[in-house]
Write a protein that binds this ligand. Structure first.
Ligand SMILES: CC(C)(COP(=O)(O)OP(=O)(O)OC[C@H]1O[C@@H](n2cnc3c(N)ncnc32)[C@H](O)[C@@H]1OP(=O)(O)O)[C@@H](O)C(=O)NCCC(=O)NCCS
Length: 313
């Protein structure tokens, strides 16, 4: 029996705010169309010298400072991302350099698209049992603007950039529950890899919508059953911020109050693996998270892949 204890959070978003009105100057869209279908008003996109490693470093520094933990006490550093600055070195290794983490720190990136943060949290927790030091930095960090086709109105309005971090310690006297799943035969979200074709996100929006609601509902129900509690016993559900309507559908299916679901999609857009830790950091800074609260995380996206976790704050 053991569980990850999240000790602190941190986040960083780029300075440039991209509103729906700004996008409407380039493609045939409107604030009304985008907001009514997604809940998004604006998102942030990297500009100038901004990049993933710099955002990740700022988010990680905040998490370390807020917990009063020094970089040399960190044993594991994982970054969930599908849009790293470099295919290699990993963002985690570049973060090691930026933060001055010790040489025997376990550092790597993992890609489970929008479910990546929960995969990274689970992996970091497992690795901590054999690590040299007791703390893990777990991040989601994305620069999705670098793979967007800004002339494709069906995808360019959906995504934003950002980084979120948590600092985790392994607790042996607690337990948590997780669920994971993948459907590798379904390519309804694709991002073109390196090659002659222009990098771009391709998505069959309605199929992805149905998938997201289905697996998020299933994950929440499985986690509640594993813990032996009802939906009313939860303090927060923090879903991957893909679309406010996905969350609304999910709340209806679970017969849950919409206020149980933390949402920040209106000003962040879909930041893939960064969305859950970004939301946790906002929630923490707003004073919404207190020790002992039951928090359920659920991510879903490209792969297709999904992951959920039920933990105590
Ligand atoms: C993407 C999404 C908002 C599209 O909404 P939709 O109601 O399904 O829209 P459709 O794709 O069926 O397109 C309907 C029309 O709107 C148009 N349209 C698409 N994007 C538009 C935009 N930004 N502005 C205006 N019109 C747009 C389409 O071209 C289409 O026009 P047509 O009927 O003339 O061909 C919706 O499918 C969705 O939210 N899907 C889930 C996406 C998601 O969250 N993915 C990430 C999961 S990790």
């Amino acid at each position: 029996m053991s569980a990850p204890e999240i000790l602190s959070t941190g986040s960083c978003v780029p300075t440039q705010v991209v509103t729906n009105e700004m996008l409407a100057q380039r493609v045939d869209t409107s604030d009304e169309w985008v907001f009514s279908r997604t809940g998004i008003h604006s998102r942030r996109h990297c500009s100038g010298g901004e990049n993933g490693v710099a955002m990740a470093a700022q988010a990680a520094r905040q998490a370390l400072e807020r917990a009063g933990v020094k970089p040399e006490e960190v044993g594991v550093c994982l970054v969930a991302t599908f849009t790293p600055d470099f295919a290699s070195p990993s963002t985690a290794c570049l973060l090691q350099r930026e933060l001055g983490l010790l040489e025997d720190t376990i550092c790597f990136d993992l890609n489970a698209a929008c479910a990546g943060f929960v995969y990274a949290l689970h992996t970091a927790h497992s690795l901590l049992s054999g690590a040299s030091r007791p703390y893990a930095l777990v991040l989601g960090c994305e620069v999705i603007s670098r793979v967007l086709d800004m002339d494709d109105r069906s995808t360019c309005v959906l995504f934003g950039d950002g980084a979120g971090a948590v600092l985790v310690r392994r607790r042996e006297d607690a337990c948590w529950h997780t669920v994971f799943g993948s459907r590798g035969d379904d390519m309804s979200i694709r991002v073109q890899g390196p090659g002659p074709e222009k990098a771009a996100v391709h998505m069959e929006g309605q199929a992805v919508f149905r998938f997201a609601v289905e697996v998020a509902e299933k994950s929440v129900r499985q986690l509640l059953e594993q813990e032996g509690i009802g939906i009313g016993d939860l303090d927060w559900i923090v879903c991957h911020q893909a679309n406010a309507r996905i969350t609304e559908f999910l709340a209806k299916r679970l017969r849950a109050d919409a206020s149980l679901f933390y949402q920040n999609i209106d000003h962040c857009g879909n930041t893939s693996a960064a969305s859950i830790p970004l939301a946790l950091d906002e929630l923490q800074r707003a004073g919404g998270l207190r020790k002992g609260m039951r928090v359920l995380l659920v991510g879903f996206g490209g792969g297709l892949t999904w992951a959920g976790a039920l933990l105590r704050w």
